[in-house]
Write a protein that binds this ligand. Structure first.
Ligand code: NDP
Ligand code: OXD
Length: 321
């Protein structure tokens, strides 16, 4: 019996993420299985059992009557789940060590840049000024991580190992050695009140959209070593109210912001974020995952499914992540 086909529906993407490269990769890790890059390759729609997608066009998956599993080629599923015509089959997201490790690198790097005042030292170097400032210990800085899922938990643990005073906030309460855990709306205020550096690793859902707002910033600790609260958002742009970030930076409610994600991507050339002196930004590549690791993960999930084992990292459609 021939193996069910894998359809690839991949929007955009350059270099490593170019759609044609994904086809080569999947042909390599799924030997003997027909792989069709849609809409380039012709495929019998009825033979398609699996789809691997990145920002597919709404409705595009309805063409396959025998679809069994949809694999999102990233960790965040907001772009897929917003399609109300999405077939009601399991939706699997990416959770692989390669992605997690890269996100942790990004978060640790930016927490350390703020903690060790790298902006000040870079400026001093440009001005040829030798002026060391008093440096406090990592344990004096309170880092708060919104989202204690696959990514948030790893960041929390590594930051705690470095010595930071780390807390985390999630929907359901967690018990993580060395991390002060908070959960739900009821504990959000207490979590924010003890946070100097707020790291956001939440998924974008109806509940979390716009959570990085002035209302949230106003509740952050104002008695920390940095002289004001700092935010780091590597979740999704829709989590942040961008005008609120700008006005909070301008009136001192926030000291600085590190942003990897934006409401509109690519960030338009006229965005004030580009040149804001207290914004550090990156082009949504906090966890620029190795596509080989992702394609291998999808192939393993298909093999599990065909052996009758449960799929891993299946999205809860009702919760939206
Ligand atoms: P997970 O699903 O593993 O974790 C999500 C966490 O958020 C969970 O702890 C969950 O709580 C918590 N959460 C969700 N909704 C709420 C809420 N309303 N209130 C409080 N907590 C909530 O996701 P990952 O850690 O794998 O990824 C997180 C996000 O990171 C992705 O959705 C994606 O948007 C983003 N991302 C960004 C990348 C980049 O390069 N910038 C790369 C990869 C991911 P609970 O544990 O109770 O369920
Ligand atoms: C993801 C991302 O969700 O790259 O994996 O943003």
């Amino acid at each position: 019996m021939s193996k069910g086909a894998l359809a690839l529906l991949i929007s955009g993407g350059t270099e490593n993420w170019a759609p044609l490269r994904w086809r080569v990769r999947f042909l390599r890790v799924c030997p003997g299985r027909p792989v069709a890059l849609i809409p380039v390759d012709a495929v019998d729609a009825a033979s398609v059992r699996y789809a691997a997608v990145w920002k597919p066009k709404p409705g595009a998956l309805s063409d396959f009557p025998n679809l069994e599993v949809i694999f999102n080629l990233g960790a965040g599923v907001d772009a897929v789940i917003s399609d109300l015509t999405l077939p009601p089959v399991p939706l699997v997201r990416v959770a692989v060590g390669d992605l997690t490790g890269r996100m942790t690198e990004y978060v640790v790097m930016h927490v350390l840049m703020h903690h060790r005042r790298q902006g000040y030292y870079a400026e001093s170097q440009r001005a040829k000024v030798w002026a060391p400032k008093l440096q406090w210990a990592a344990s004096d800085l309170r880092v708060g991580i919104m989202g204690l899922g696959v990514l948030g938990r790893d960041c929390a643990e590594v930051l705690a190992r470095i010595g930071f005073d780390v807390a985390g906030w999630s929907g359901t309460w967690k018990s993580i050695p060395g991390i002060k855990c908070f959960a739900g709306e009821g504990q959000l205020g207490d979590f924010l009140a003890r946070t100097d550096v707020l790291v956001c690793l939440l998924p974008l859902t109806a509940q979390t959209r716009g959570i990085l707002s002035r209302r949230t910033f106003a509740k952050l600790a104002r008695d920390g070593k940095l002289g004001g609260p700092v935010i780091i958002n590597a979740g999704r742009g829709g989590l942040q109210v961008e005008d609120d970030i700008l006005s909070a930076l301008d009136d001192g409610t926030l000291l600085a912001a590190t942003l990897d994600v934006f409401a509109t991507e690519p960030l338009p050339p006229d965005s004030p974020f580009w040149s804001h002196p207290r914004v550090t930004l990156s082009p949504h590549n906090a966890a620029d995952t190795d596509p080989d690791a992702i394609s291998l993960y999808v192939a393993e999930q298909i093999a599990r499914h065909e052996r009758g084992e449960p799929l891993q990292n299946v999205v809860d459609r009702a919760a939206g992540y």
